[in-house]
Design a protein around this ligand. Sequence first.
Ligand code: 6PG
Length: 472
Amino acid sequence: MAQDTAKADIGVYGLGTMGSALALNLADNGFNVAVTNRETSWINDFIKEDTDLAGQLTGHTDLADFIQAIKTPRTILFMIPSGKPMDMMIETVKPLLSEGDTIIDGGNADFNETRRRSAELDGTGLHFVGMGVSGGEDGARHGPSMMVGGTDHSWTQLKPMAEAIAAKFEGTPCVAHVGSDGAGHFVKTVHNGIEYADMQMIAEIYGLLRDQGGQDPVQIGQMFDRWAKGPLSSYLIEISGAALQSVDSKTGKPMVDVILDKAGQKGTGGWTLIEALKLGQSANAIEAAVGARSWSSEKDMRMAAEPLLDKGALNVDLPSEDDLENAMLAGRILGHAQGFRILSAASEEFEWSLDMAQIAEIWRAGCIIRSALLDEFASAFRAELPFDHLILAPVMRIRLAGSILGLRRVVAASVLTGQPVPALSAALAWHDSMALGRGTANMIQSQRDFFGAHGFERLDMDGKHHGDWNDV
Ligand code: 6PG
């Protein structure tokens, strides 16, 4: 084990994929890092693995030694499974810590738990930070995007290290203290909700071309490669293009063709929806994406249903590549706009004063949803924004005006051919609902008052009213 020659700037507990990568990134940027892990055998292996950085990494098999090796006030990053393990960890380390020390949970945690943990530590002199880290293993190692919650005190300690290891967009670090207590984990949760919607829309376009266009993975992958050079330029489009052109070495078949069509999920997409609903918001494109993953797991039922359910589908021409690209562009704008609406509502509810432009800015590099559009979103939020609504930003109205017909054509063709496009069609339905000054909720109100005397507001008079309903 390496000698503890220097006091560590930070401690990293948890040497799984993300923890190891962040520890190496910190060491690479000149910080001294104390590391430890529940399974102590991992510690030596980890330190031995990177001999160049070994001088800056000190491994500790004993928890008290690990804590002692970190400069005070201490900053300790925990990269462990969320939930109970984090609560147990806090209880274990608490007696070993001193006033001013900060415990950081860098996993994907439920922000409600982060708020609770922050409140529980309030008054103890210890600080708790929920930090969203995006970008997967490669991001963590070479530059993630990070969304930091917690106190100003903790941010002051963490900032120089976080800014050094973060991804940079034109030199600006993609990390920020977005708000107090659970704000960091909340922003990360919504990031993932947007990620789900974007991934689902890409999958829907792939499905339309595969099932209705008879295209092979390479053709579709090459199309995504073309899109990656235009307004859809983004990490998710890039990896989708590359994934579709990858070959399974075991069979020689396209990789995607040997993968079972059942998608996993760890919960952040669902949390986005739960919180949106609690805040009185609806994010139907994100909901569609989460729902589609759940439906995907009903593989046996779908296989049985396919010959039993008559779709009544028609043959229609496939939309042009331009229409498909525009559909993805409009869908992406609408999916993000729904995510930002949730963030606005949460900011108000929890008094976080979230800065939407800043959030868009720290998502421009390092994270999974990084894209060219995020820079446009950031500028849109920095400018005057009617109703604080991304889709009303002048630059986004122009983008939507140029792309919405493509989305309409793609959804129409999919509906007629029986091709499911739940996220794209949800995004369009939301757009059209927002664009309808006089909606249809007057009909809902009439039904509510008819059967339940719930009352309604009138267009021509103030106050609550009841209708003069005919008998049935
Ligand atoms: C990121 C990712 C990352 C991860 C999650 C969600 O920003 O780096 O969002 O946190 O992909 O595990 O993934 P699933 O819910 O799809 O498993």
